[in-house]
Write a new protein. Structure first.
Length: 98
């Protein structure tokens, strides 16, 4: 059995398309989807952190897994080119599960 031909993919930006910078991503999971909430994190003092969320995106479990795979591939390639990405150990704490 042969593989079907890949369709031609055309990508267009919607009129309301925008690009933003996020240094905070929260993930909420339920049985039907993953919900990613993007924001910017600021620390005005040693004891206070502020997060301003600006966009939420729902993904199907299948699309979330595809995103995981493509992010893993790109992070691996980035580290091969520029060196290991170091994470702040405080950022590795588990947050609440929603």
């Amino acid at each position: 059995m042969s593989n079907p031909a890949q369709p031609e993919i055309k990508i267009h930006q919607a009129e309301n398309y925008r690009e933003s910078y996020a240094n905070s991503v929260q993930v909420r999971v339920n049985v039907w989807d993953f919900f990613l909430v993007f924001g910017t994190l600021q620390q005005p003092s040693e004891s206070q952190v502020e997060v301003r969320n600006f966009q939420g995106v729902y993904l199907s479990p299948q699309q979330a897994k595809a995103l995981l795979n493509i992010l893993h591939q790109n992070v691996t390639n980035y580290e091969a080119m520029f060196g290991e990405i170091k994470l702040d150990p405080r950022a590795m704490t588990q947050g609440p599960v929603h």
